[in-house]
Design a protein around this ligand. Structure first.
Ligand code: SF4
Length: 350
């Protein structure tokens, strides 16, 4: 059987299982998934929208998450007792999420505590992180955020304390700080392998936003040179990029925003426009197909290999083994504390 025939068979078989399961099954697909997976999803969205869906879908016994592991884990934290969350490939991880762990974040917290009272400090954890970090954040009066509501989360945190520890994505934190008008010298980077994060005690005392030095390789791939080339080649085009891009790229673009914001930007652009997008390639490609009256192009071709690990074959196998294969579990104590951080995020809205 050719690969195309196998995909067609898998697609049809998945549709049949969906029909048989009805409301007891919900398939959530992240926007960076390949086209056919998005088509089979009951909902497509960014991590914020999918967290909301996962929290709201209490009638579904099985939640199958087509995305990377931390997203399925967030769904498992928000899921009810009788719900099972599965992911078609347990190895679909996120390198950025792996750039911060409980040991190094707890150490940073203690080191900052040697300079100032941590009662002044509020942790904000990007959802691209392990459940144990969401639990740490929940226990320490903090909040989760996504790229859709990072600015709101930081504003919320400044109402609760004087300083914010933002992890693991430096760029989302810095771009959000810039958008909120924080002066450059009030944002410092915490290098997790250096004493005091590579800062002096004075730096820490002066800082309002302490940024972990994590990054997404898909988005740091975009450079100011890409924007300059795009402007030369397509002078009438609008350029929008994701806030996980470095600040130099965000500053040169016409706009920046989460995947949902990027989708809205493309949909609301006048017919005949050219839009150049700096985010994961699968989403850009799909936008070009779904908005045929506009030209949507990638700023550069940058795809997430982990998102691509979810295939039709793996999704079918998961659906054929509902409730048993690749079940995502979070221990009850972690779940309880992590839910505090996620619930605070959901209360903030997008
Ligand atoms: S696109 Fe970046 S942040 Fe998202 S899953 Fe891939 S590596 Fe992680």
């Amino acid at each position: 059987m050719s690969a195309k025939d196998a995909d067609f068979e898998a697609f049809s078989a998945i549709q049949r299982i969906k029909q048989e399961q009805g409301d007891s099954l919900v398939i959530l697909a992240h926007h960076y998934q390949r086209m056919e997976i998005v088509e089979l999803g009951d909902f497509a969205g960014d991590s914020f929208e999918l967290s909301r869906r996962a929290a709201a879908k209490k009638d579904a016994r099985f939640i199958v998450f087509c995305g990377v592991h931390f997203m399925a884990e967030s769904a498992a934290i928000l899921a009810g007792e009788n719900q099972v969350v599965q992911i078609p490939d347990m190895n679909a991880g996120c390198p950025m999420a792996d750039m911060a762990d409980l040991v190094s974040v707890s150490r940073a917290w203690e080191e900052i505590g040697s300079v100032l009272d941590t009662k002044k400090l509020v942790p904000i954890v990007y959802v691209n992180s392990d459940a144990s970090l969401k639990a740490f954040t929940g226990r320490n009066r903090g909040c989760s955020c996504t790229s859709a509501n990072a600015q709101k989360a930081i504003t919320w945190a400044f109402e609760k304390g004087e300083k914010v520890l933002f992890f693991p994505d430096e760029h989302l934190g810095r771009n959000s700080g810039n958008a909120l008008g924080l002066p450059t010298d009030e944002m410092i980077v915490w290098k997790s392998n250096e004493p005091l994060g590579g800062n002096t005690a004075q730096d820490i005392e002066r800082a309002r936003l302490i940024l972990w030095d994590g990054f997404c390789h898909v988005h740091t791939n975009f450079t100011p040179a890409h924007i300059e080339q795009a402007r030369k080649k397509f002078p009438d085009a609008k350029i929008i990029v994701h806030p996980e891009c470095p600040q130099e790229v965000v500053k040169l673009a016409d706009a920046s925003g989460s995947t949902s914001r990027i989708i809205r930007f493309v949909e609301e652009a006048p017919s005949g426009s050219t839009i150049i997008v700096g985010t994961e390639f699968n989403l850009v490609q799909r936008l070009n197909i779904t908005t045929p009256e506009k030209v949507v192009m990638p700023l550069a071709r940058s795809a997430c290999p982990n998102m691509a690990k979810i295939t039709l074959g793996k999704l079918l196998h998961t659906l054929q083994n509902l409730g048993t294969f690749n079940v995502v579990k979070v221990d009850p104590a972690t779940k309880k504390d992590a839910a505090l951080a996620l619930d605070r995020m959901l209360a903030l809205a997008g």
